[in-house]
Write a protein that binds this ligand. Sequence first.
Ligand SMILES: CC(C)(COP(=O)(O)OP(=O)(O)OC[C@H]1O[C@@H](n2cnc3c(N)ncnc32)[C@H](O)[C@@H]1OP(=O)(O)O)[C@@H](O)C(=O)NCCC(=O)NCCS
Length: 198
Amino acid sequence: MSAPPKTVLTATPEEAAAIRQAARISADRVVAGPEHVEGLLALFSDPRVSDPIYDLPRPFTPESVAKWVADSEALRQEGRCILSVNLDEAGQVAGYSRITVWPERSSAELAGAARADRQNSGHGREGVARSIAWMFEVLGVRLIGLTAALDNVRSAKAIDGAGFKRMGEVESVRPDGTTRRSIYWELSRDAWMRRHVL
Ligand SMILES: CC(C)(COP(=O)(O)OP(=O)(O)OC[C@H]1O[C@@H](n2cnc3c(N)ncnc32)[C@H](O)[C@@H]1OP(=O)(O)O)[C@@H](O)C(=O)NCCC(=O)NCCS
């Protein structure tokens, strides 16, 4: 289960409402729907994609993935989640990202993966940076918390490279209740703007 950031922000009612609305609109993202279940199942069936990610709907079956897509869509309608897919030139699912949103805390978390043939691209840092820019500029949150498995070198480099600050470790809880030790990072919108916009 996704956990909110360690740092606790309080959004005004107006700010929280604007974040919920932006999540419902999901501008510029291909929101995952029933038509992507088969592609997502194929994506997650590759352990090179799914092994490092703790909050996926295991075991992967057409039913478990379809339920996860439908549950994520219901949460998006509440402004609490955006599950989106990246499609390749052939229209196949080549990656996914899932943003968990806590509108009342002006905070969000991101998880995602690229298909194996698109990993080790040398563009991991750019991919993280693009998602982060969307979360601060379009979704409108003021804080992002991220986690990665202790041995996930590529993620850690991409996250460090995007300007996130390491803030110790956390226990990430899988849907089945088991835990995984994770590195934990945060980045505030103010710090991101100082780095990227000003
Ligand atoms: C995480 C992921 C999106 C990164 O994308 P990528 O295209 O594979 O990443 P890159 O090739 O750009 O590598 C990222 C960084 O790790 C470095 N790196 C790659 N392999 C490395 C290794 N074996 N040892 C040390 N550094 C390594 C790269 O040089 C790069 O560093 P840089 O940003 O300083 O140049 C992708 O690997 C993926 O989908 N992995 C599976 C799922 C996953 O782990 N999701 C994230 C969960 S938090």
